[in-house]
Design a protein around this ligand. Structure first.
Ligand code: V47
Length: 361
């Protein structure tokens, strides 16, 4: 049931196939009718995917936490020479991949710090070695921020960098590094980072080369609700041009050990964000509930607020845990099945491109 009249008008607009505008988006973030909002987002997700919730057996690998950028919201990165960090060898990464493959992983999710000394060739070699060892495992690697860094250190264009990575075995790209696509927010949080225009340009280039990507929004720090909606609309506009985004992942900011002194995001804010994004993104197939950041319980409720994907088995999550996440480092496939079934939905194991691996009753 939708009690809020204005929310009902927004629902009618969506039912008539009209995309939501900026003011509609703002309203989704402010209505008191949270149940109505959840009902709308769940109905929308059901229209797209029935009662299916997708998950992937995967593994996250972060090659190093040394990074030349000092983003205020990041507790993961370290400055080489001044702080203790780590650098995996390719052999160590192969061992991690081999464990993951033994556990049935279909995807390796590889995101790295911007190492001050590693050349582009090293990042290429990581992909090449993992792909030749495990040709059937999908490699989702390197955010737009890393791609820009590779372009800078190698003197190659974005298109050349992406083409070389693809030749080496890169299959798709994760959606990190978007934060909030806005100059004000970026100047406060991450002035050295890829501009928002460039972030979009790199994803556009990847899509034009046939490389699927994801997109994200880091919320709950210094951004306003208006800036969140603006961010979602910028992503939606690119999607309407290219169709290259597979999923949107809202990322709940974790403040511990960071320079951004705010209270952690509330559960209600996260549910609103999942639901609002599901309704604004009429053209992005999936909204993911990222249990690492939401916690298992809230991630389950997000599956009733428009999320149609529960990312993933993960194993060895470092970025959010450096910032105080209390969720486990990974979840077994059996646990994901249990979480999904408990909300009355049907778990579907997928590969990285959303092909069905197995449908569970
Ligand atoms: O790029 C950094 C964010 C991202 C913090 O594409 C933080 O399938 C919260 O992008 N608190 C990495 N968030 C995670 C990410 C991701 C995760 C799962 C799936 C996919 C996908 C992508 O996490 C970073 C940054 O935006 N982040 N620090 C923090 N303190």
């Amino acid at each position: 049931m939708i009690f809020d009249k204005r929310l009902k008008q927004i629902w009618d607009k969506l039912q008539a196939g009209e995309p939501l505008g900026f003011d509609d988006g703002l309203y989704l973030f402010t209505t008191d009718d949270l149940h109505g909002l959840g009902y709308m987002a769940d109905s929308y997700a059901r229209k797209l995917h029935g009662d299916r919730v997708y998950f992937v057996v995967n593994r996250h690998i972060n090659p190093t936490n040394y990074c030349v950028n000092r983003c205020a919201f990041c507790a993961f990165s370290k400055t080489k020479g001044r702080e203790d960090g780590y650098e995996y060898t390719i052999k160590e990464m192969l061992e991690k991949a081999s464990e993951a493959v033994a556990e049935g992983a279909k995807e390796l999710h590889i995101v790295s710090g911007l190492h001050p000394e590693w050349p582009f060739e090293y990042y290429l070699e990581i992909v090449r070695t993992l792909k030749s060892a495990y040709p059937n495992v999908h490699i989702k690697a390197y955010t737009a921020v890393e791609i820009e860094h590779f372009s800078r250190i190698s003197g190659k264009s974005i298109k050349e960098v992406l083409s070389l990575l693809r030749e080496a075995g890169l299959d798709s790209m994760p959606g990190g590094g978007a934060e909030i696509l806005n100059d004000r927010v970026r100047s406060l949080l991450c002035p050295e980072k890829t501009s928002w225009q460039r972030w979009l340009e790199i994803h556009r280039c990847a899509h034009e080369l046939g490389i699927k990507t994801n997109c994200t929004m880091l919320y709950g720090h210094v951004e306003t609700i208006e800036e969140r909606v603006e961010h979602l609309l910028k992503l939606r506009e690119l999607q309407s041009e290219t169709g290259g985004f597979q999923a949107f992942i809202p990322l709940a900011f974790h403040p511990e050990n960071t320079k951004v002194k705010v209270e952690p995001v509330t559960g209600i804010d996260s549910l609103r964000t999942v639901a609002a994004s599901r309704l604004i993104f009429h053209n992005v197939p999936h909204v993911k509930a990222y249990w690492v950041m939401l916690g298992e319980g809230l991630a389950q409720i997000a599956l009733l607020f428009g999320a149609s994907d529960l990312e993933g088995t993960v194993y060895e999550e470092k970025i959010t845990h450096a910032a105080g996440a209390t969720s486990p480092q990974g979840l077994s496939k059996e646990r994901l099945l249990r979480l999904i079934r408990a909300v009355g939905k049907v778990p579907v194991e997928r590969d990285a491109l959303y092909n069905v691996v197995r449908m569970y009753a």
